[in-house]
Ligand binder design. Structure first.
Ligand code: 5GP
Ligand code: MG
Length: 179
């Protein structure tokens, strides 16, 4: 019997316990420590959801590195009816640098594609992607995800940085929406 929680009107069941998340992060950290030794990478964490993944990953990174944060803000364009996503908060010189984007979860891939494209405009040496969670059945893009913590089904999750209407980011475990 899984542990159940209620967030607003919805019921969720414990799906991934904290220790499994931490174990997956250790695996990513081990690979990054090896792949980026001597390269002084810049981690670019995509807020809000990635704050826990970023903090836990950084506690396991033992090479020289920098950490910075961006946000993807969406607004309605004045000429088009569609939502336009814009990356805000980027103010370091990334020319020639090795960048590792940190995401909480990749779903359709829209967000990560936008962020990666935006960063590539800054002439970095390389742009890699690390995501804690990945929904392969929802993914619609071609861009390669270099470091994936865990694959998850195409269902709604909360916890470990992921929210439901602003709540649940503080939970250390991942919960899945009851269907
Ligand atoms: P994408 O642009 O890849 O479709 O979606 C990425 C963003 O959607 C994530 O950064 C996250 O904010 C949100 N998202 C995707 N799947 C989930 C989920 O299962 N739960 C929550 N809380 N947010 C999600
Ligand atoms: Mg995100």
């Amino acid at each position: 019997m899984g542990k159940n929680i209620t967030v607003y009107d919805k019921k969720f069941t414990l799906y991934i316990p904290s220790r499994k998340i931490q174990k997956a992060i250790s695996g990513i950290a081990k690979r990054i420590n090896k792949d980026f030794a001597g390269k002084r990478p810049v981690f670019i964490s995509v807020l809000n959801g990635s704050f826990r993944f970023t903090a836990d990953l950084m506690s396991k990174i033992n090479i020289e590195c920098e950490v910075s944060f961006v946000k993807v803000a969406s607004y309605s364009g004045t000429r088009s009816t569609g939502k336009i996503n814009t990356v805000i908060g980027l103010n370091e010189n990334l020319r020639g640098r090795s960048i590792i984007i940190l995401e909480d979860i990749v779903d359709s891939g829209n967000t990560i594609q936008k962020v990666a494209a935006e960063l590539k405009k800054h002439s970095p040496e390389q742009v890699k992607i690390a995501t804690m969670f990945f929904k392969p059945h929802a993914y619609k893009k071609q861009i390669l995800l270099d470091y994936v913590g865990m694959k998850v089904p195409n269902d709604f999750l909360v916890g470990y940085g992921l929210d439901y209407n602003g709540l649940g980011r503080n939970l250390s475990d991942i919960y899945i929406l009851n269907l």
